[in-house]
Design a protein around this ligand. Sequence first.
Ligand SMILES: NC(=O)c1ccc[n+]([C@@H]2O[C@H](COP(=O)([O-])OP(=O)(O)OC[C@H]3O[C@@H](n4cnc5c(N)ncnc54)[C@H](O)[C@@H]3O)[C@@H](O)[C@H]2O)c1
Length: 344
Amino acid sequence: MPFRQINVAVIGAGWVGGIRANACARSPLVDRLHIAETNPVRAAEITAETDAASVTDDWRAFLDDDSIDAIIIASTPESQRFPIVRAVLAAGKHVMIEKPIAPTPAEADEAIALADAGNLKFTVGYTRRFDPKYAYINQAIKEGRIGEPVTCLVSRNITREIGAKIKGRSKMSPAAMGGTHSIDFLLWCLQPRLPVRVYSQQAGKLFSQVSDTPDHQWIMVTMDDGTTITAGSGWVLPLGYPQYSQSWIEVVGTDGALTVDDTHREVRVNTTEHGIRYPLSSMPGEQVDHVFAGAMVDETLHFLDAIAFDRPVLVTAREARLVMDVTMAADLSAERGEAVDLPL
Ligand SMILES: NC(=O)c1ccc[n+]([C@@H]2O[C@H](COP(=O)([O-])OP(=O)(O)OC[C@H]3O[C@@H](n4cnc5c(N)ncnc54)[C@H](O)[C@@H]3O)[C@@H](O)[C@H]2O)c1
C-alpha cells in the first residue's frame, strides 16, 4: 500500500500532548517530530523523551516550514487556541485538535471552511471512539443487534483533581469539557439520526463555592426519531487514582440492551500509603512499561495513518461542530431552565 513518511508538530506537550508526542515519536510513519511548548521544564522533558528534531516556545515557527505536514494542537487554555487553528490550517497543515473544536460556532465554521479549501484532514480528539468497548457499542447499534435504539445513557465522573485543573483555566461547563465526549460518542452511534431538542440541568456544591464552575451537568437530548440520550458529566469524585475517570453506559433497544461498565474496577491496588486505588483508569490512558493502556495512542496513530495513506479521518470536523451545537444548547437550557430546540 503506497504511503509516505510525514513530519508532525505538537503544540502544547502537557499531559495529553505528551502522550500524542510520544505516540508520534514511536511511529515509523513519522520522520521528524517538532514540539512547541511554552513551559521550559516540560519542553526539556518531552524533548528528551521523544528525541524531537526541534523544540520552540513559539508555534509560529512551524507556519513557514513546508516540510511539516501535520499539527496536533493540545495547548491550554482552550479559549486561546483558535488563532493557532486558523493560522496552521491557512498554512496548509493537517490538524488534530483536542476538543472542543473552537470557542464559537462561527470560528468552528471558519476552520472547517479553511480545511475544505486546502483539502486538509481536520479532526478532533474524541478519544472514546477508539476505546474497544465504545467501538463495540457503536458497531452493535449500527448493525441493529439490539433492534431500534430507544434510549441511551452515559454517566461519566472524574476526580476533583482534574476538576480543579479545568476550573482554573477556563469557564467551560461540564457539558463542554466532559459531556462533549459522551455526546460525540452517542451522536456517532445513532447516526444518521439528528438531535432536535436539548434539556439540561447543572448542580454545584463544591467548586461553585469558589468559582462560577458547576460540579455536574446532566444533558437530555431527543433525536429526530424519538430516541432519547441522557449524558451526565461531573468532576468532583474523590481521588481514586491520578486522573481517575469512571463511566457507566446503558443502551436499551426494541430487541435488546447493551450495558458497559467502564468504571475501572477490574484492577485494584491496596497500599498502606494510599489505601485503595484503581489504576489504568484515566480517560486518555497511560504508558505501562512496554504497552499503552488506553485509547489515545491508537487515536493518534489513526490520524498519522489518515495523512500518510491519504485515508479519511474517523472523527470529522462537521461531527464535532454538531456536538458543539448540542453542548451549547445544553448550557443555554441550564441557564434558562427550559428545553432548547435544535438547530440553534
Ligand atoms: N481526549 C481526552 O481523553 C482528553 C483527556 C484530557 C484532556 N483532554 C484535552 O486535551 C487538552 C490538553 O489538556 P492537558 O490536560 O494535556 O493540559 P495541560 O495543561 O497539561 O497541557 C497543556 C500544555 O500546553 C502548553 N501551552 C500553553 N500555551 C501554549 C502555547 N501557546 N504554545 C505551546 N504550548 C503551550 C502548557 O505549557 C502545557 O504544557 C485540553 O483541551 C483537554 O480538554 C482530552
